[in-house]
Design a protein around this ligand. Structure first.
Ligand SMILES: [Zn+2]
Length: 508
């Protein structure tokens, strides 16, 4: 792939540049200068004098808008080949299909799916992503290499958080076991218990090669939500974090069925993780819908980042994250599109829906954050969750040259009002003309330059057909056999007042 190691200075000039720096500076006819992947100046036209003798590669991009690349703080790359497979299942029903299908992906399938996910994101102006990487039945070095290489080769910036949990699914939800068929219970009981030691050994080896946060692709821990983990695993996670100073990215309290799985003393999940040493300012909690007051206080004290995923939260009917309450407690809010089977990779749709939901939870409209604040927060907090604070998310000297160049000429951008309001309320990602990551033009004229797009899509389609033809039989039957008990569990839990909180809407 192209690299940014040439000695040339690069300058894109003539565009309107939205810097999202501390003052939200906008240059109407600006220039952005960068060298070897790092921004060296952002200024008005002719505001920077290059050193004598340095070769300059210049592009005139008048009529365009340049903004920092979006930071998608939560996806699951394996789901790029599962688009259009989920309709209206809540999370717990959806999980039944995932577990029943159980089919492992080959390293090549993992690689292709990661590249396909990255392709969609890059084309929509996303330059950085956290992949909560899931491998079934267990994490392997080959799978982890494949996903990292997929991102590395296509040129996106990626933090790969390896998912792991050690409690059987059936023990992580408030299901009435008596209501499940005996043979289904037998299958759950016969499943292998994941080996935590093997996971940490693998991560120890992986961090030696891919643990550097300043590398474009690096790995962190992804030990999953506490209801899916034993205390021992959470303790081991805390110990590993201390010895390796590594980040953690985890799902947290996505559904009410998870919230009711607190221990009998009703101790808050988040505080329990903090006390076991596994949450700190290098941790990010995804969803965090059903946190009680003490969960929120503990998250704030620990300094974690929360990743808001309003598209999947609403598509799966999980609930509304109390974002304004979290912001009031000083918790940084990043945004994620979540897996491609739970909605498109459109970051701007995610931000918009997030903003709209805040307005339905807070009657005092003076407290609604402005578009520029949500955007800036999404850049800053996304960088924090990635482990890249101060390196990405702002167009300023010293930051990486990660940005997109948009040509806002479509009818919904004409006539053009405030450019930030246009970006936030009208842009779909379709105006993206080029995307630069680490100073490399990774998307040019709307096409990803680092892969053969058509060949990649064709291979992904072959993979889907092959996997469908070779899917173990009886998946639909296995889901159907459990469906009544799970439906009963979900409805009973939603109707109960056990959690003493509400995160869904009842109209009256
Ligand atoms: Zn997720």
């Amino acid at each position: 792939m192209p690299n940014a190691t040439t000695d040339s200075l690069y300058c894109l000039s003539g565009a309107q540049i939205l810097t999202f720096d501390a003052d939200n500076t906008i240059y109407d006819h600006g220039e952005i200068w960068f060298e070897k992947g790092e921004i060296i100046a952002v200024c008005d036209s002719e505001g920077f004098e290059p050193p004598d003798g340095k070769p300059v590669t210049r592009q005139h991009v008048a009529g365009r808008v340049i903004a920092p690349g979006f930071i998608n703080a939560h996806t699951h790359s394996y789901s790029a080949i599962l688009k259009g497979t989920v309709e209206k299942d809540p999370l717990d029903i959806y999980m039944l299909s995932v577990i029943a299908s159980g089919a492992a992906m080959t390293p090549r399938e993992t690689y292709v799916s990661a590249q396909l996910d990255a392709l969609s994101m890059l084309r929509l102006g996303i330059t950085s992503v956290i992949d909560h990487y899931t491998e079934r039945p267990a994490l392997t070095a080959e799978g982890l290499n494949a996903v990292c290489n997929g991102f590395s080769d296509i040129g996106i910036r990626a933090t790969v958080a390896t998912m792991f949990s050690d409690r059987p699914y059936i023990e992580s939800v408030p299901i009435d076991r008596q209501a499940l068929p005996q043979d289904v219970l037998g299958q759950y009981d016969a499943m292998d218990r994941p080996d935590a030691e093997a996971y940490f050994d693998l991560m120890d080896a992986a961090l030696r090669h891919r643990g550097n946060e300043t590398d474009r692709v690096h790995v962190i821990l992804g030990v999953d939500g506490p209801q899916r983990c034993s205390d021992l695993l959470i303790e081991m996670t805390g110990d590993f974090q201390k010895t390796h100073n590594v980040g953690l990215h985890t799902h947290m309290l996505e559904t009410k069925t998870q919230a009711v799985m607190r221990n009998p003393a009703k101790e808050s999940f988040v505080r329990r993780m903090v006390e076991l040493g596994s949450l700190n300012d290098k941790s990010s909690l995804v969803h965090f819908i059903w946190g009680q007051d003490d969960d929120i206080a503990a998250a704030s004290e620990a300094g974690v980042t929360v990743v808001h995923c309003p598209q999947s939260n609403t598509m799966l009917g999980a609930g509304i994250c109390p974002v304004l309450r979290l912001r009031d407690q000083g918790i940084p809010i990043a945004y994620g599109t979540d897996g491609s089977n739970c909605g498109p990779a459109s970051y701007l749709e995610t931000l918009r829906l997030g903003a709209h939901l805040m307005r339905l939870t807070e009657p005092d409209f003076e407290k609604w954050p402005e578009a520029k604040d949500i955007l800036r927060e999404s850049f800053q907090s996304g960088a924090r969750a990635m482990g890249n604070t101060g390196r990405i998310g702002t167009l300023a000297p010293g930051h990486q040259a990660d940005f997109s160049v948009m040509k806002p000429v479509d009818h919904w951008h004409r006539p053009m009002g405030d450019p930030i309001l246009h970006l936030f309320y009208y842009e779909t990602g379709e105006s993206v003309e080029s995307v630069w990551v680490d100073g490399v033009e990774t998307v040019k004229n709307g096409m990803v330059m680092t892969v053969d797009e058509q060949a990649l899509i064709a291979e992904a389609e072959e993979i889907v057909i092959h996997r469908r033809e070779n899917m173990p039989s009886g998946i639909a039957d296995a889901v159907a056999a459990q469906y009544p008990a799970f439906r009963d569990m979900i409805l009973k839990t939603l109707a109960s007042d056990e959690t003493e909180m509400e995160r869904r809407v009842t109209l009256r």
